[in-house]
Unconditional design. Structure first.
Length: 325
């Protein structure tokens, strides 16, 4: 875990690792999309323009989804909602808004939407590879405690550690997973959530106990790396599927838009399964949830999968438009 990349001198403004990893993913995705769409006759500058708008929309969407999930953190200080540099972005929300922005841009400029969506799907999975590595370095999007050989431990006062030493009523957990004595907390609020003392304020013995003793973080599933590896596999799979559709036009599942539809299906299934291993997202029981008691992301994954199936069927009956025209 390495949440802070560096700190700007004089003003002491910390730069998180998560943000730069998102930028790396963005640049990789744009490079890949431009490469795959080099045969499109439309102005390649459209790709860069759409990507920049999508980046801005993605950050806003990721922040909005995070604030909605953890609205209680911002009840006492509304201005904290806008302090994005302090952390708090939800990748799925960013992807949803970014895709919506790109769709609006393509419709406005009358671009071959389905062809661009296909290469966009491949680029999104490439970006996700790096985005989830950023999550791992930041400590967010963490997994459940496990004895698995591939488990990892996060440090004191990390997202997983705070989760383990506190109850989580939104995940139906009334007791903490790691019983930490009360003297490790600065105070405990009315909801039973404890705020840990800074590490430097702990005694030498206490520091030893939280680093390597009985109060160190429980080992958890590295779900961020699971997702990163899965995204890399999906990126390759989608690319091969897209190449097949280019060479076998007219056959079943080769219509423009099929690659994007397949991405919705495969990513939706992957995300739904990995959510069972994660331990951060609250359970959802709202009117819109088709899976009561599942997480918000699992319910969104269901909608994504269904949408992918519907689109892949519809696209088989729509006459393709020449992508070079």
């Amino acid at each position: 875990m390495h949440p802070k990349l560096f700190e700007i001198p004089i003003i002491n403004w910390p730069i998180s690792t998560y943000g730069p990893m998102l930028v790396v993913g963005f640049l990789v995705a744009i490079t890949l999309i431009r490469l795959l769409s080099r045969n499109f006759k439309t102005d390649p500058q459209h790709i860069t323009n759409a990507a920049l708008y999508a980046l801005i929309g993605g950050v806003v969407g990721a922040r909005v989804f995070y604030v909605i999930h953890y609205c209680e953190k911002y009840q006492d200080s509304f201005l904290d909602v806008f302090r994005v540099w302090q952390g708090g972005l939800e990748l799925l929300g960013g992807v949803v808004v970014a895709v919506a922005v790109i769709l609006i841009y393509m419709i406005y400029h009358k671009l071959p939407i389905r062809h661009y969506l296909d290469v966009l799907a491949i680029g999104l999975m490439a970006a996700l590879v790096f985005g989830r590595i950023g999550c791992f370095l930041n400590g967010c999007c963490f997994g459940k405690p496990t004895d698995s050989p591939c488990s990892v431990r996060f440090p004191y006062d990390s997202y997983p550690y705070n989760s383990q030493v506190n109850p989580d009523l939104k995940r139906n957990r009334s007791e903490s997973q790691l019983k930490l004595p009360i003297y490790y907390f600065t105070y405990i609020d009315d909801n039973g959530y404890g705020y840990l003392k800074p590490f430097h304020e702990l005694s030498t013995k206490q520091q030893s106990e939280v680093l390597e003793g009985k109060y160190r973080c429980l080992p958890v599933h590295p779900t961020q790396l699971y997702t990163s590896a899965s995204a890399a596999f999906l990126c390759l799979l989608l690319y091969l599927f897209w190449r097949r559709s280019q060479k076998s036009a007219g056959r079943f599942l080769t219509s423009p838009g099929s690659t994007f539809s397949l991405m919705l299906i495969l990513y939706g299934i992957m995300r739904f399964i990995i959510e069972y291993l994660r331990d951060d997202n609250p359970f959802e029981y709202g009117w819109w949830a088709v899976y009561k008691g599942g997480t918000v992301s699992q319910n969104l994954a269901i909608y994504m999968t269904v949408l992918g199936v519907v689109l892949i069927v519809i696209f088989q009956f729509i006459k393709p438009v020449n992508q070079k025209s």
